[in-house]
Design a protein around this ligand. Structure first.
Ligand code: ADP
Length: 150
C-alpha cells in the first residue's frame, strides 16, 4: 500500500492544494491530508473549519483521509505507516525551502519526499494571499473551493 502524507496548514484549503492532491491520486493508494497544529501560530480559520473544508471537498474520494497532528511530520508519518511525504512546488523559492525540509526529513526517518509541480494557472495562489484578499474584502472565490466560501 503506497500511502502518502500531504502536510500543511490549509488556512484555508485552496485550488492550488486541490490540484496537487488530485494529480497525486494517480501515484498513491492513499493520501492522508494532515493538518499540522502549531500552538504558537495564529490561524484565520479554526482547526474544525479547516478540517471540514477538506472533508467536504473530498467527500466522494475514498482514497483520501483527513487527520490533524502535532509535532514532527516524520513522526506522524511513522505513526500512520506512510513512507511518502507529498508537497507542491510553485516556484524557485518553494523549491529552496522544500529542499532543506526534505533533506532534514530524510536524515530523521525513512521517508521519501515527492514533489508535484503546480499548474501554471494556479502558481500565484497561496493560503496567505487568500487570507490577505479576505482581510481586505476582495473577491477570493476564484482561489478556493466551494466549501471554503460557505
Ligand atoms: P505550509 O504551512 O506547510 O506551507 P500550506 O497549507 O501553505 O502549508 O501548503 C501545503 C503544501 O501545498 C505545500 O507543499 C505548498 O507548497 C503546497 N501548495 C500551496 N499552494 C499551492 C499552489 N497554488 N500550487 C501548488 N502547491 C501549492
Amino acid at each position: 500500500m503506497k500511502r502518502a502524507v500531504f502536510p500543511g496548514s490549509f488556512d484555508p484549503l485552496t485550488l492550488g492544494h486541490i490540484d496537487i492532491i488530485k494529480r497525486s491520486l494517480l501515484l498513491f493508494d492513499e493520501i492522508i491530508i494532515a493538518i499540522g497544529v502549531n500552538a504558537d501560530k495564529k490561524y484565520m480559520f479554526s482547526l474544525e473549519d479547516r478540517k471540514k473544508h477538506i472533508e467536504d471537498t473530498f467527500a466522494n474520494e475514498s482514497k483520501i483521509k483527513v487527520k490533524t497532528y502535532t509535532g514532527l511530520t516524520v513522526d506522524f508519518c511513522k505513526s500512520e505507516n506512510a513512507r511518502f511525504i507529498l508537497r507542491g512546488l510553485r516556484n524557485s523559492s518553494d523549491f529552496t525551502y522544500e529542499q532543506s525540509i526534505a533533506q532534514t526529513n530524510a536524515m530523521l526517518a525513512d521517508v521519501e519526499s515527492v514533489f508535484i509541480m503546480c499548474s501554471p494557472k494556479l502558481s500565484n495562489i497561496s493560503s496567505s494571499i487568500v487570507r490577505d484578499v479576505i482581510r481586505n474584502g476582495g473577491d477570493y472565490t476564484k482561489m478556493v473551493p466551494r466549501s471554503v466560501m460557505l
